[in-house]
Design a protein around this ligand. Structure first.
Ligand SMILES: C[S@@+](CC[C@H](N)C(=O)[O-])C[C@H]1O[C@@H](n2cnc3c(N)ncnc32)[C@H](O)[C@@H]1O
Length: 276
């Protein structure tokens, strides 16, 4: 508490709590506890198209963030785009939900489910406006290669799920994975590579991107819109005809994972003396 005689409880109430991670502010600010929300979806219903308008109580564009990690990218999007709802898949849910709850976000829900399973079981065709996948795990061990998320089937599912003209955002720091994506994704999407940093987050949209940039590693980014010149049936046939992602992920890059998987080492929330 601040004990300056001129700075009483009123001032305290109006100070902002900003968290930082590797020195980079986490989007949004921690609100007083009476404004926190509950963003974790404890249990998914039985498979079938999820009723997102029922879940969020409104019908606005929907964004999926698949494999969100600590959800930094989702927080930025949700804090700045109140008119977009966000459905987010972390595997470890606690950091992501805590931050979203503390920011009082009403346009975010987290569920624990694999990205492929979500698209297969819960997402109706042409029902999602944006799907973002940042730094899917490359899986270095040959025994785990089958767990790679970006497969022809997954890309076909993204194509099926997006509305016409919808947005697919894909990013990795793994050159082998990117090479594979470059070969496969443009067959389904009008795909544009973005070699420069994101203008909205030049230090990185996600925790993993921040770590990679701090290490001076390249980050590969691309956005795509579903190609409209292939039918749903052809998309499936195409996916079946393409090779799985069996690229060499280069074990040297595994070192980076240690930094990423360290505890969520956010710098302590810092109080900024700015008034809201
Ligand atoms: C390398 S981390 C990247 C996290 C975050 N997107 C970032 O860029 O900082 C990969 C994330 O994908 C999640 N993940 C792994 N396999 C997944 C799957 N099949 N479906 C959804 N998420 C998955 C992991 O739990 C982890 O949070």
């Amino acid at each position: 508490m601040n004990d300056h005689p001129l700075l009483g409880e009123h001032f305290e109430r109006h100070r902002r709590q900003i968290e930082r991670e590797f020195g980079v502010p986490v989007p949004g600010e921690i609100l007083p506890a009476d404004q926190w929300t509950t963003t974790a979806l404890k249990k998914l219903p039985p498979p079938g198209p999820l009723n997102f308008s029922g879940l969020f109580g409104r019908k606005v564009p929907l964004m999926l963030d698949i494999g969100c990690g600590n959800a930094r990218s989702t927080l930025a999007s949700a804090v700045w785009r109140h008119d977009v709802d966000h459905f987010v898949l972390p595997v470890v849910i606690r950091y992501a939900t805590r931050r979203a709850n503390q920011r009082g976000l009403k346009n975010v829900r987290f569920a624990v489910i694999g990205g492929r399973e979500l698209l297969v079981d819960y997402i109706a065709p042409q029902s999602v406006d944006e799907i973002h996948v940042y730094h899917p795990q490359p899986f270095y061990d040959a025994k785990l290669v089958h767990k790679r998320l970006i497969t022809p089937e997954f890309i076909a599912l993204v194509h099926r799920s997006l509305v016409p003209g919808g947005l697919f955002v894909l990013q990795t720091d793994n050159p082998g994975y990117w090479k594979y994506m470059q070969q496969v994704v443009p067959l389904f999407f009008d795909f544009t590579e973005h070699p420069g940093k994101w203008p909205d987050s030049p230090k990185g949209r996600t925790r993993r991107e921040i770590i990679a940039l701090r290490q001076g590693l390249p980050v590969f980014r691309g956005t795509g819109k579903p190609r409209s010149d292939i039918s749903a049936a052809d998309v499936l046939k195409l996916a079946e005809s393409l090779p799985p992602p069996t690229f060499d992920a280069d074990r040297k890059l595994k070192e980076l994972d240690k930094l990423e998987h360290g505890a969520d080492t956010s710098d302590k929330p810092r109080r900024d003396a700015k008034r809201r």
